[in-house]
Design a protein around this ligand. Sequence first.
Ligand SMILES: *Cc1c(COP(=O)(O)O)cnc(C)c1O
Length: 387
Amino acid sequence: MTTKELDSKYVASTYARFPVCLVSGKGSLVYDEDGKEYIDLGTGIAVNTFGYCDDEWIGAVNAQLSKLQHTSNLYYSQPCANLAALLCERTGMSKVFFSNSGAEANECAIKTARKYGELNKGAGYATIVTLKDSFHGRTITTLAATGQDVFHKDFLPLTEGFVHAAANDLEDVRRLVAQNKCCALMFEVVQGEGGVLPLSKDFLEGLSTIAKENDLLLIADEVQCGNGRSGELYAYMNFGIKPDIVSTAKGLAGGLPMGATLLGERVKDILGAGMHGSTFGGNPICTAAAINVISRIDDALLEGVKQRSKFIFDELNGAEGVKSVSGLGLMIGIETELPASEVIEKCRENGVLVIKAKQKVRLLPALNIEWELLEKAVKIIKEACAK
Ligand SMILES: *Cc1c(COP(=O)(O)O)cnc(C)c1O
């Protein structure tokens, strides 16, 4: 049987796959079973921060792999402690809980917020305001947090205690805060799955004010927009706000499964011994990989992200067949005159991999994509957008 036949027969039917089987890659180039070469602007959905099989990243992973692949959280481990210290140094947050995915990073944020509400505001202060068109994960609780009915409908009842405000509408947030016993406001600084839409600076500052006035925690879900993708280490840093909790995952370990929940001073010890945990969380291989990724996201790299972003925006804004371009840094959505899936298919035929977000073409290139490859890929995208 071919890979496609085996997959269709034996892998659960939850994914609508593109008709491509990827087998190897280097940097921003990836090859399929037939040896066809693609420039990849999807990076495994913002995961491969430095592209495929980056040499330095492989070195860091290999060095740890031959030392110790796993130890339980019953023991101390160097890479885990070192990564937590590095993340706190770089963000000003106080402590970190490690997990294995974005959904889990958000689960920890939600548990922390509920416990904070109970301790500081009283029994029942458990409701979290999230935004319409948000995406926070696939577990029953993070689905409840996700403000999109399409993801809810087959799985009711979901976890109680989530209400959804319209994005960029402070009045709606204020209304929901007044109507519910709330403990937190949770948002993606750039909504990814919802269509690559950055929240406005006014809205983010307003959320910050509402949180202060009502003793609510500010939770930034930076699972997709974090780890350098926005042009700053974390996307909230573009807007001068200071969340109490930052959840992240996708690009954190550059291709290994890893989630992290960064806890600010007010909440650093809300969850005590035995109240939360994860068998694999803080795994030595994943944390060694993440140390490599985070320590390479320096000013020079971020400047490169901003320059590449500007180039893509400049090229696509006003191009034939392009209705609008949205996003921040190297997280970009293109509204096209042709259906997005048609543009994506044309790109693929011409050797460029891009993905979709709602009805947009989404670009999530490696943060260090070579200029030559980026220029070539953008040219192919422009041709695919023009009818
Ligand atoms: C992908 C994503 C998640 C879920 O992450 P998983 O690792 O798939 O659990 C949560 N929040 C945002 C903003 C995401 O983009």
